[in-house]
Design a protein around this ligand. Sequence first.
Ligand code: AVJ
Length: 312
Amino acid sequence: MKKGSGPFSKKGPDPFFEDVVAGLSLPQKALPPKYFYDATGSRLFEKICRLPEYYLTRAELSLTRANLSSIARFAGRGCELLEYGSGESLKTRLLIRALRPKAYLPVDISESALAGAAARLRRQFPWLRIVPIVGDFSRPLDLPAAQGPRVAYFPGSTIGNLTPEEAHGFLARGRAHAGRMLIGTDLKKDANVLHAAYNDSRAVTAAFNLNLLARVNRELGGDFELKRFAHYAFYNAALGRIEMHLISLRKQEVKIGRHRFAFERGESIHTENSYKYSLEGFRALAANAGFRQARVWTDRKGLFALHALTAN
Ligand code: AVJ
């Protein structure tokens, strides 16, 4: 078990432990997807982004490259750039080069991911003021006061992890952070294309999903037997989302500290939602949260969208 974590940590309750116990106690067992990204999970996610079936990353990068000067014009050169996520990505570097922001404020729950990304960006952009912020964007956030116009960047369809209700809350709270937003969303499309993206032939997505149980074992002293669970992902068309689950392959009991969780054969842990939006659907969601869609860019194949939003 990792030092300083688990039920007996001196630092008080460990949010990972609390969230795991709460999630596995629900009638439909569930684990929050934000915990996918430990060191192993982040490595697996990068591998997912390079898979032939996982079109999202390439589509967003290509639309960003193709529209970089319009995007920069919308954001305003010399703004403060706030990013939800640690800013490891190639897209972020493109944006920084094009915008020449006064400051760059990455927000991430992982202090180590933030520190690593900030160090690399400092080397690449010595002129840039970088203000890393440890925080969870799915909850209210306290940010340093803006010293000029601020634009928030939320790429990668990460907003797709939130339900539309949560996304509404995120956007409504975001109005206090930034007057303008750039948000990447995956578009609705043929269910077979979506299915393949989350059921890749090399089973990297399966390994990414199962790593969540391995992480519970490593950090919380759980005794999940990974071979007794299977990756399951499908497109829920009625709700417009990919759902990822881990299915128990037999009746079994799992221990985490003094807690025991019983699984029926076939019972699932719901590990992720990945919402897909139509252009109109996201525009309406943003409008309800007080944002006007000023522009929207898509890639040539119409797979992915980047929305430019202005607070009303
Ligand atoms: C990083 C949340 C956008 O939902 O497509 C990739 C995560 N899950 N494969 C997504 C993910 C399975 C990804 N997001």
